[in-house]
Design a protein around this ligand. Structure first.
Ligand code: SF4
Length: 348
């Protein structure tokens, strides 16, 4: 399956991968904004999405920021431009609202690496050990876990448990990162990973360091530990964005998904921000296009539904995460509202 992407995903494309003329792009954006208003909808867009899909968003952010927006929105319809588990999270936080995923192909291969049966089998190997699941997991897996976490708050969530041993699923890159921050804990880490972040190799990092010897190297913990260990700073998407925007240096090598890199290049055009080659690009994050967003709003398609038998249990693991992240000690330093909202051309 192709997303029609090349080295740059900044071209505007329709759902068949054909380039859309700029004037049609502006018309599509205007139509979407009009419908958003008429239908009392809100568009939440992950920062890995295409830039034009970020442009029509009411909020752009990482998983934690978007979950927080989803929790407090009073819109009737949430159009979620992210991957499936993110839209599920929005639904778990808003049982009475309609949540639409513009293109259902947008799944997360990492989340698909663990089923509820896999988790039950893993739990059987570590009896009576609480489970922390990364938000990149299905509602079924969340329902079988004790708390959820994002890459922004994973250390705080694991630390909040009294138990020394914790099962951590499904991301081993993030799991090893948390383990290194909390040496007094013993994590049993599942063998899942992000194919996009794992595409970056230590050799790629050395190549870029040779090319940009003065650059600061910044990594997402979803990378292979052999990769993030080479970085000067390791952080979640929001932490990377904030670190680069606040840093006095001018050159940065970003070891994370291309969409974040493209957004930072646009927002911080006075800095040199590069990544490795081939581009670490998550094809699943690029399915949503202006046309599919419009189609979802017009036809109410691709509604997210969650099985009643798992709903309340999955919602509980998210609530536990929020109880931790909304505590004062965490709140002061780690909450992020996403990049400063761009003027949406369609609203002019
Ligand atoms: S970047 Fe990785 S973790 Fe994120 S959606 Fe893509 S495959 Fe999943």
């Amino acid at each position: 399956m192709t997303t029609g992407l090349t080295q740059s995903d900044n071209r505007h494309q329709d759902t068949n991968g054909k380039t859309i003329p700029a004037r049609d792009v502006e018309n599509l954006k205007k139509e979407i904004k009009k419908l958003v208003k008429e239908r009392n909808a809100v568009i939440l867009t992950h920062i890995y999405q295409r830039l034009e899909v970020q442009d029509i968003a009411d909020h752009v952010g990482d998983s934690l920021a978007l979950s927080r927006f989803a929790a407090k929105t009073d819109a009737d319809i949430i159009v979620f431009c992210g991957v499936h588990f993110m839209a599920e999270t929005a639904k778990l936080l808003n049982p009475g609202k309609t949540v639409l995923l513009p293109d259902l192909q947008s799944g997360c291969p990492m989340a698909d690496m663990i089923s509820v049966d896999d988790l039950r089998a893993f739990k059987a190997e570590h009896k009576d050990v609480p489970v922390v699941c990364y938000v990149n997991s299905s509602a079924d897996v969340k329902a079988e876990s004790d708390s959820c976490c994002t890459s922004t708050n994973a250390v705080q969530v694991v630390e909040s448990f009294e138990e020394k041993e914790i099962i951590f699923v499904p991301d081993k890159g993030l799991g090893v990162w948390v383990q290194e921050q909390l040496p007094d804990k013993k994590l049993h880490i599942y063998d899942g990973f992000c194919p996009t972040h794992y595409q970056i190799t230590p050799k790629d990092v050395f190549t870029m360091r040779n090319k940009y010897p003065d650059a600061v190297v910044v990594a997402h913990p979803e990378c292979d530990p052999d990769v993030w260990r080479l970085a000067d700073f390791v952080g979640s998407t929001s932490q990377i964005y904030k670190f680069v925007s606040n840093h006095l240096k001018q050159q940065f090598i970003i070891l994370s998904e291309q969409g974040l890199v493209a957004r930072m290049q646009r927002d911080m055009s006075h800095k040199t921000i590069v990544t490795t080659f081939p581009l670490p690009l998550c094809p699943n994050m690029k399915y949503h296009k202006l046309e599919s967003v419009l189609n979802a709003l017009v036809n109410d398609v691709n509604k997210i539904e969650i099985k009643p038998e798992v709903f309340s249990k999955a919602a509980r693991t998210i609530t536990r995460m929020f109880n931790i992240t909304e505590s004062n000690s965490f709140k002061n330093n780690n909450l992020w509202e996403g990049p400063k909202r761009q003027e949406v051309i369609a609203s002019k």
